[in-house]
Design a binder for this molecule. Structure first.
Ligand SMILES: [Zn+2]
Length: 120
């Protein structure tokens, strides 16, 4: 956690972002399956499912995430979305649909970001 002196407002914002990033691990670096160093970013890890293999910043070797992790995340998100649709219909308040956004983050974090990368 970097120390910030330029105003309380910035400080609170940074603390909030830092805590959120720990909760969802969205800005974390992930261990490379080849060299075991944290050389793979979250975005690279998520994209390695279908588009491009993740390239380690330390050893430049490639790895990928198994497609099953993306399917699990998608199914979890779909189920949670239907639950929120059900609540929104039952309560007749569309605001409950906003719950699908944290549901997506949780599904991606739990099933994709925490999953093991494979060597290519
Ligand atoms: Zn590596």
């Amino acid at each position: 956690m970097p120390a910030i002196d330029s105003g309380q407002r910035v400080h609170h914002c940074q603390v909030l972002l830092y805590n959120l990033s720990i909760f969802f691990e969205l800005v974390a670096m992930y261990l490379c399956p080849h060299c075991k160093k944290p050389g793979i970013s979250s975005v690279q890890k998520l994209c390695s499912v279908s588009y491009t293999p993740a390239v380690c910043t330390f050893c430049r070797r490639q790895s990928y995430l198994h497609v099953n992790t993306a399917i699990r995340a998608l199914i979890t998100w779909a189920i949670l979305t239907w639950i929120f649709i059900g609540i929104a219909l039952y309560e007749q308040m569309a605001i409950y649909m906003i719950g699908t956004i944290p549901a997506l983050l949780l599904a991606v974090d739990k099933y994709m970001l925490r999953a093991q990368l494979h060597c290519l």
